[in-house]
Design a binder for this molecule. Structure first.
Ligand SMILES: *Cc1c(COP(=O)(O)O)cnc(C)c1O
Length: 222
């Protein structure tokens, strides 16, 4: 199946209220165009340089999602271009986002990325650091936390389901608390191999790369 058909099939498989993000990292503009033609308007990128190039050269009305590790010194390149940052995972990054968005007088919507599997190879906040980060968010003027994001460890269905449930429990427990600048509306979890389980466990944004574009080779240039 081609990219166009993959998108149509996914859209057919997922509930209407779920947002499908096409993760277009390493993909060419031509490949992205096929997803666009199939109706995708949400695209996800994980490298700032590639993101900047694509924002400049692709359609204007795209909602761009930044889903990768974000270095503080690169936040300035996202202001005014990104729709949602999924990977806010530390106080120092929060402060830099607040600073850069204040300079431009804009609001930044973010998700807190949680490293639920506690994998050293992954970014994301460890759960014991969550309360401190929430306190800092409450002091911000320009940053709005809209929910949570996670990338779970590879594993079988039972393992995936366990991690998704853990995150959903945290999401639900935060949802009933009252915070400044924090609402729990978005739960971004589920990728090509586990999105069906993620949806069963309460995800409302799935991030799909290979399931739309085919296997990644990390060689293509835009
Ligand atoms: C690459 C990536 C995805 C997409 O992964 P696939 O397995 O290709 O669907 C989703 N989320 C993040 C954070 C990624 O880096």
């Amino acid at each position: 199946m081609g990219i166009y058909e993959n998108v149509l099939k996914l859209k057919n498989d997922i509930p209407e209220e779920v947002t499908l993000i096409a993760v277009s990292k390493t993909r060419s503009l031509d490949e992205m165009e096929e997803a666009y033609k199939a109706g995708v308007r949400d695209f996800g990128e994980n490298k700032v340089q590639e993101f900047k190039d694509k924002v400049r050269e692709f359609h204007q009305e795209i909602r761009w999602h930044f889903i990768g590790h974000l270095q503080s010194n690169k936040v300035k390149y996202l202001v005014d271009k990104v729709y949602l940052i999924h990977s806010m995972d530390r106080v120092s990054l929060l402060h830099e986002i607040e600073k850069q968005y204040k300079l431009k007088g804009k609001i930044c919507n973010v998700l807190i990325e949680i490293n639920i599997g506690r994998e050293e190879s992954k970014t994301g906040l460890l759960i014991e650091d969550l309360e401190e980060l929430l306190l800092e968010v409450e002091r911000c003027e320009k940053v709005k936390v809209m929910g949570l994001m996670t990338v779970i460890p590879k594993g079988d269905e039972e393992s995936c389901r366990g991690y998704f449930r853990e995150i959903k429990n945290i999401f639900d427990s935060l949802k009933v608390r009252k915070f400044n600048n924090i609402s729990m509306d978005i739960l971004s979890m589920g990728m090509t191999n586990d999105y069906k389980i993620a949806l069963e466990e309460g995800s409302n944004i799935i991030r799909i790369g290979e399931g739309i574009f085919g296997k990644r080779t990390y060689k293509k240039q835009i």
